[in-house]
Design a protein around this ligand. Structure first.
Ligand code: SAH
Length: 230
């Protein structure tokens, strides 16, 4: 059986090797997170020309000068969310849709927001093709969250924020976790903000990361003024 020139069994082996070397050996332990990474075909979320790099230990370019994150950092963030499988979760920065597919394996419902229409449309198509019908992809400014479907048992932000957007804290369920890179454009602290009660939050530093900017009302200004609605 052919799959873009690379056999299906080879894909399985590449994915298993990726999970073993990049995810398990670096300390990710949650069985559900590991199973999700073993299952979701990352090659479907990238351009054909990058096919051979699908399971590399690196972020890869996607359209609109954005990136699909490094598998390890995605796994690390999913691990930090500590999902039980019953939650509705919110993702900011759909990008390719890869992390949304992983979230769909780990939660009951996924709402994912992307500022570029082209990326949102493309991700929606791929996710539908793969049968991820619990994921809703919406073109919107994620710095404002998506109050219509709040509260969320977990929120994950895949772009670098200057500070934690207030709307996201407010849309978190009590006991829910928000995982978000906060800092400058050169580097960020990955934070885990837990809503412990209606008015109280715990904020923990997890690790140092580097993401593309979160551009929006409660994020960075659009430096090149690219209209996201193309
Ligand atoms: N989770 C993605 C990685 C996306 S990279 C994946 O698995 O492929 C970060 C994404 O955040 C980019 O696509 C970027 O366009 C998007 N983004 C940046 N600011 C945003 C905002 N305010 N709202 C929604 N998406 C935003």
């Amino acid at each position: 059986m052919k799959d873009r020139g690379i056999r299906h069994g080879d894909r399985r082996r590449q994915r298993d090797a990726m999970v073993q070397q990049q995810i398990i050996q670096r300390g990710v332990q949650t069985p559900e997170v590991i199973a999700a990474l073993r299952k979701v075909p990352r090659e479907k979320f990238i351009a054909r020309a990058l096919d051979e790099f699908a399971y590399d230990d690196a972020p890869l370019p996607i359209a609109e000068q954005q990136t699909i994150s490094q598998p390890y950092i995605v796994a690390f963030m999913l691990d930090a969310l500590q999902l039980t499988g019953h939650e509705r979760v919110l993702e900011i920065g759909t990008g390719s849709g890869y992390a949304a597919a992983l979230l769909a394996e780990l939660a009951a419902e996924v709402v994912t927001l992307e500022r570029y229409k082209s990326l949102a449309d493309e991700a929606r198509t791929v996710l539908q093709t793969l049968g991820y019908n619990t994921v809703e992809v919406i073109q919107s400014d994620g710095t404002l969250g998506w109050p219509e479907r709040a509260p969320y048992g977990g929120i994950v932000v895949a772009a670098a924020a200057p500070e934690v957007p207030q709307a996201l804290k407010e849309q978190l369920a009590i006991g829910g976790r928000l995982v978000i890179p906060v800092g400058t454009l050169d580097g960020q602290s990955l934070r885990c903000v837990t809503r412990v009660s209606e008015h109280d939050y715990q904020d923990e530093h997890l690790t140092q990361v580097r993401f593309v900017p979160l551009v929006g009302e409660a994020g960075w200004a659009d430096l090149d003024n690219t209209p996201p609605g193309r």
